[in-house]
Ligand binder design. Structure first.
Ligand SMILES: [Fe+2]
Ligand SMILES: [Fe+2]
Length: 377
């Protein structure tokens, strides 16, 4: 079937990724190319809400910086009031030539809050429902401002509507698989939470998000190739998400304890690295070598290994330590986000990779968004 598709090469490339964010980025970019759309956003269904999941906006930021906006986090209730909500509920495309001329009798209206805040001007919009094979709703893609020949905004043509509809339909399976995979990983975190109630799973989410964005920040400065960056991030995210999984093999009374462990207890706790690495080694090809290295070495100091420590473990070490500093602990007050970043930078070249520690200081905006998105209850 794929041979018949006008999107064959695109779909083959897409199927090589497993990370939801990367898959959304690819789908959004290809859809925007089809329509010459200036901007676009994908919302995914989470419970009863549509969650803002990915966005591009050529007017406001370069596409290679889109990762900085992943966690910007708007939540829309699934209702007919919003354009995305209406599209989600009817599961039909919605093509609006001019959002400021929506008839009063329409159930939905255009929310101009984002335009007002950013100075962007939305004119035409195309909303495409993203459905699973079985018909269930995955989310909604909204494309904004189709560009005409003269650079003026035009409306989305029926052909654009048909092509993006076909593309999202054919890409749905890959997206659905990646969402399922994400759910399985989160299920493992819930198992860990049952064993260690001090660990909600949010620490793992924040550490993984932080490590990936820190990686992008660093890799961009190195001038790394975008495809190569995506491939690495695709494996890095699940690896860091499961960095503490070995705690499942540590006695519960040692976990979530203040820093008054005896020497023997500390050694027992440190075992979670080796145990985690063993778990990953068994996982076959589903989880990569990165997951094993990350579990084994995420507490390794820079001055005890330097560049010989795999990059994934150096990234996880900073993200993990940062998150420990900013959460309230039994033996110390939580630090403000910028104080924690400063403290990490003070340890550059000692506990942490100096290049990565410096990159952390350049990410204040995205760090704040991550902490809003994965707030502790
Ligand atoms: Fe750990
Ligand atoms: Fe950790």
């Amino acid at each position: 079937m794929r041979e018949d598709s006008p999107f064959g090469d695109f779909l083959d490339n897409l199927a090589g990724y497993r990370n939801v964010d990367i898959i959304l980025d690819r789908i959004l970019l290809r859809s925007r190319e089809l329509c010459l759309a200036e901007a676009g956003t994908i919302f995914l269904l989470e419970g009863e809400d549509l969650i803002f999941a990915y966005t591009h906006n050529d007017r406001l930021f370069p596409v290679e910086n889109a990762y900085r906006h992943i966690y910007a986090g708007t939540r829309l209730p699934l209702s007919h009031d919003s354009l995305a909500g209406h599209c989600a509920l009817t599961r039909k495309a919605l093509n609006i030539p001019n959002v400021r001329r929506i008839p009063k009798i329409a159930p939905y209206s255009f929310n101009d809050a984002f335009d007002k805040k950013s100075g962007f001007r939305t004119v035409s919009m195309l909303m495409i429902p993203m459905l699973k094979r079985g018909g269930g709703l995955l989310g909604v893609m909204q494309l904004i401002n189709a560009q005409g020949d003269t650079g003026r905004v035009r409306s989305f043509s029926p052909r654009m509507e048909r092509l993006t509809g076909l593309l999202t339909k054919e890409a749905a399976q890959t997206l659905e698989n990646s969402r399922d995979r994400q759910q399985s990983l989160r299920r493992l975190l819930r198992v860990l939470h049952l064993h260690d109630p001090s660990e909600s799973g949010k620490h793992a989410e924040r550490t993984a998000a932080l490590a990936v964005l820190l990686y992008y920040q660093w890799a961009q400065k190195q001038g790394q190739d975008a495809e190569q960056m995506r491939r690495y991030a695709d494996e890095l995210h699940p690896a860091v998400l499961l960095h503490d999984l070995g705690k499942i093999g540590v006695r519960p009374e040692l976990l979530g304890k203040p820093a008054t462990l005896t020497e023997t207890e500390s050694v027992a706790l440190a075992e979670h690295c080796r145990l985690g690495a063993e778990l990953m080694a068994d996982a076959g090809n589903e989880l990569s070598e990165l997951a094993r290295d990350t579990a084994l070495l995420h507490h390794q100091r820079w001055d005890q290994g330097g560049p010989d420590i795999p990059l994934c473990a150096r990234l996880a070490a900073i993200a993990d330590a940062f998150d420990a500093l900013v959460r309230p602990r039994a033996h110390a007050a939580a630090l403000a986000l910028d104080d924690a970043a400063a403290l990490i930078r003070n340890q550059a070249g000692q506990a942490f990779d100096p290049e990565l520690a410096e990159c952390l200081g350049e990410m204040q905006d995205v760090i704040e968004k991550i902490y809003q998105r994965f707030e502790e209850e």
